[in-house]
Design a protein around this ligand. Structure first.
Ligand code: NAD
Length: 344
């Protein structure tokens, strides 16, 4: 029997179209091997190039595509920085679809430099509020204020998600905050996490201040399992975590809500590498793997993960960030071919 999924594909801009094309090649390969799996890819426009054309970086037509699909594979997009410009597409989609948990795994991979050989942690970042609420004012010339909105409801919701994830892993959760300074907002967040902890008695719970956590990720990253934190802290810590296992070209993220999932690389549009066919597509390929896992297509997800690890451990195809000279397309093709040969 066929299992059909409608997938929105947003190639984005900068290096986005190149890394997304490589990931789509991998999805096509895995569909040839896993019987019954069928992905209907529906392409949508979004990102910097849309602003001039449509006056927005997320046109209505694309929002309609998102609403009509099971999940979204999203490439990176450039966010204009001037005040008044449209907000980040990723942030808009997260809020619009209430994708409240941003899941960013960080794992040592074979054949790739890693600070320690046995790192295996996941950062779960609250994805809808905090300093990404986008509420900022210039109260008087040269004096600005940003609102860091933290609610008990959103904090408990992401905490519950993180505890459920910890149940399927090593049963250890670290709550990261800065309550010693941000007593009200991080007081609410910390309290919510520890309240939810009582629903999960089998999980060991710990806490760290965010500055100490930044240090511990370098000193003893192998100690951590699931880390739950607020929006900005999670964004910063996950880039740091990506770097200790080989760099941002390998780091994937899932944005999960109760009814929709959006999957993307952690990195941005890296404009200086755009159009050069040299960016590493593995982050986007691993995002596609996370999407299949979320859809319940475990065999397809496992086959992508195995193929990525096989290509990395052989070490013959390496993009510039891994010390090689392979192109984006070379890497995508090597992983797709590995899936086909391992499935044959
Ligand atoms: P970036 O992640 O785009 O790039 C930083 C550096 O990381 C690059 O110069 C490059 O050296 C390296 N890098 C990133 N991706 C790589 C890959 N796949 N392979 C190899 N090396 C890679 O960060 P930035 O320069 O701060 O941001 C550029 C733009 O992207 C900004 O407009 C930013 O707002 C946007 N951005 C978008 C998203 C998103 O769409 N979710 C996320 C982060 C940043």
């Amino acid at each position: 029997m066929q299992r059909i999924y409608r997938i929105a594909v947003l190639p984005g801009d900068g290096i986005g179209p190149e890394v997304v094309e490589a990931a789509v090649g991998v999805l096509e390969a895995v569909q040839k091997i896993v019987s019954g799996l069928r992905l209907e890819l529906i392409y949508g426009e979004a990102g910097y190039d849309c602003i001039e054309k449509y006056g927005t970086n997320l046109p209505e037509k694309t929002i309609d595509i998102l609403k009509s699909t099971h999940a979204c594979l999203k490439g990176p997009m450039t966010t204009p920085e001037d005040p008044g410009a449209p907000p980040s597409v990723a942030v808009t989609i997260r809020k619009m679809f209430n994708l409240y948990a941003n899941v960013r795994p960080c794992k040592s991979l074979p054949g790739v430099w890693s600070l320690k050989p046995n790192i295996d942690l996941v950062i779960v970042r609250e994805n809808t509020e905090g300093l990404y609420s986008g509420v900022e004012y210039e109260v008087s010339p040269g004096k600005g204020v940003a609102l860091r909105i933290i609610t008990r409801e959103a904090s408990e919701r992401v905490a519950r998600f993180a505890f459920r994830l910890a149940e399927r892993r090593r049963r250890y959760l670290t709550c990261v905050h800065k309550r010693n300074i941000l007593r009200i907002t991080d007081g609410i967040f910390r309290e919510a996490v520890f309240r939810v902890a009582s629903e999960f008695p089998s999980i060991r719970v710990d806490e760290e201040h965010v500055d100490a956590m930044a240090m511990r990720l370098i000193k003893e990253p192998e100690r951590f399992d699931v880390v739950v934190t607020t929006n900005l802290f999670g964004d910063i810590l996950s880039d740091e975590a990506a770097q200790i296992v080989g760099g941002i070209g390998l780091a994937a993220g899932a944005n999960i809500g109760d009814n929709y999932g959006m999957f993307e690389p952690v990195h941005g549009s890296a404009p200086k590498h755009a159009g050069k066919n040299r960016a590493n597509p593995i982050a986007t390929i691993l995002a596609a793997k996370m999407m299949l896992e979320w859809l319940g297509e475990y065999e397809a997800a496992r086959r992508i993960g195995d193929a990525v690890e096989a290509v990395l451990s052989e070490g013959r195809v390496r993009t510039y960030d891994l010390g090689g000279s392979a192109t984006t397309r070379d890497m995508g093709n090597a992983i797709a071919e590995k899936i086909l040969s391992q499935g044959a």
